[in-house]
Design a protein around this ligand. Structure first.
Ligand code: KG4
Ligand code: ZN
Length: 365
């Protein structure tokens, strides 16, 4: 095994152009030498969501710069690298293509190995980068485009034990924010508004709790918020700040309750497999939600399982997770060539039946 590996990672699958350098010395904790994220929020703000063509163009313009900044911040040149890892899917195809082409250019020019990474694997492997978790652990991926429970058995070995059948929770947070006139991305805006709200004022559903298993659904919950909003508007001509705070608090509590109960069930399934060092990790943008993190930590503690939530900046999209997943794949023998394809859809667990919510909305299957 190579003693020390230093990888540049590139991420451009949604609306963040990111580049990072990660080093791993065998037997030591991995180090994030730099982690550059260039957001595109202002480019999409007027449209109320990410516009794929605008995102792709911005990625193509900024990837080189992000890579240069990541190398500068790490104090390294290309010569110090052992490889380049790039998100090859799933995601918005224009952005993924821009990243894959940039990585091919760098690796061909510098004579470096290229490793294509599944964006979801990047999220799922982050707890190994931050906390050195041992396989197998249970991961809950919750973001704007996906929601699934996966048993992470190896860098290339995932078993999905539950998934959303419609919207992803981040998507629901974004939609609720939109229908209440709050800023995008909706998660942080709804969380901030919920802080002063009364979660008990509106009766909102807890979808799929009445059915066994770990599958989830968020579309009906979002519609229930829409109905409650329309009821208030019809009755009083508009929404007060208090109405908005109460709706946000009620919605956030419903998402939290559903994810906590499904996590309880997923943990029972996981523990029945008698893992040596039981751990439950949450990853993806929605994992930034403090109320949710607290609830999930309590569920893990009650099950006697270690709970890991990476720092917020490593929960949302970033390239350190891609560099790290690239190092993990490289150590497992993976190498890609100039024929590496960009994949809009790329399930982590290829054996699992396609979940309706695994990309029906297009963005991040
Ligand atoms: O993982 P991520 O950065 O990108 C995707 O791969 O989707 O996740 C972004 C999603 C957005 O939908 C955003 O609203 C949500 O994560 N999010 C949050 C919070 N911060 C970001 N949702 C709830 N609470 C938050 N604090
Ligand atoms: Zn993501």
């Amino acid at each position: 095994m190579r003693d020390s590996l230093t990888f540049l990672g590139l991420e451009s699958s949604c609306d963040d152009t990111a580049a990072a350098v990660v080093r791993h010395r065998a037997g030591a904790a991995p180090e994030i030498l730099s982690n550059v994220v260039m957001g595109q929020a202002e480019l999409h703000a007027a449209f109320g969501g990410v516009v794929p063509e605008i995102a792709a163009r911005a990625h193509a313009e900024k990837l080189d710069l992000a890579a240069e900044r990541a190398l500068d911040a790490a104090g390294l040149t290309l010569a110090a690298l052992d490889g380049v890892a790039v998100t090859a899917g799933p995601g918005l195809i224009g952005g993924v293509l821009a990243g894959v082409m940039c990585a091919k250019g760098i690796t061909a020019g510098a004579g470096l190995p290229l490793v294509g990474v599944n964006h979801l694997a990047g999220h799922a492997l982050t707890p190994r980068l931050t906390d050195g978790l041992e396989f197998p652990y249970l991961a809950l991926l919750v973001s704007g485009g996906h929601c699934q429970f996966v048993l992470v058995r190896g860098a290339e070995d995932y078993l999905r034990i539950g998934a959303t059948i419609d919207d992803a929770p981040g998507e629901a947070f974004d939609k609720v924010a939109r229908l209440l006139g709050l800023a995008q991305p909706g998660g942080p805006a709804v969380e901030a508004a919920a802080r002063d709200g009364d979660a008990g004022r509106f009766t909102l559903p807890r979808p799929l709790l009445d059915r066994p298993g770990c599958d989830l659904s968020f579309s009906g919950l979002k519609t229930a918020v829409l109905r409650a909003r329309d009821g208030l508007v019809a009755a009083q001509g508009g929404l007060t700040a208090r109405d908005c705070a109460d709706l946000c608090a009620g919605f956030q509590a419903a998402v939290r309750d559903v994810l906590a109960e499904k996590s309880r069930r997923a943990l029972a399934d996981y523990m029945a497999r008698a893992p040596a060092a039981p751990a439950f990790a949450v990853a993806g943008g929605v994992a930034a939600n403090r109320d949710l993190r607290t609830a999930l930590a309590a569920v893990a503690t009650a099950a006697g399982v270690r709970f890991v939530a990476p720092p917020l900046g490593l929960c949302t999209d970033n390239a350190a997770m891609i560099a790290w997943a690239g190092i993990e794949r490289f150590r497992a023998g993976a190498r890609d060539g100039l024929d590496l394809a960009a994949r809009p859809r790329w399930p982590l667990d290829a054996g699992a039946p396609s979940a309706l919510g695994g990309g029906r909305k297009g963005a991040k299957a």
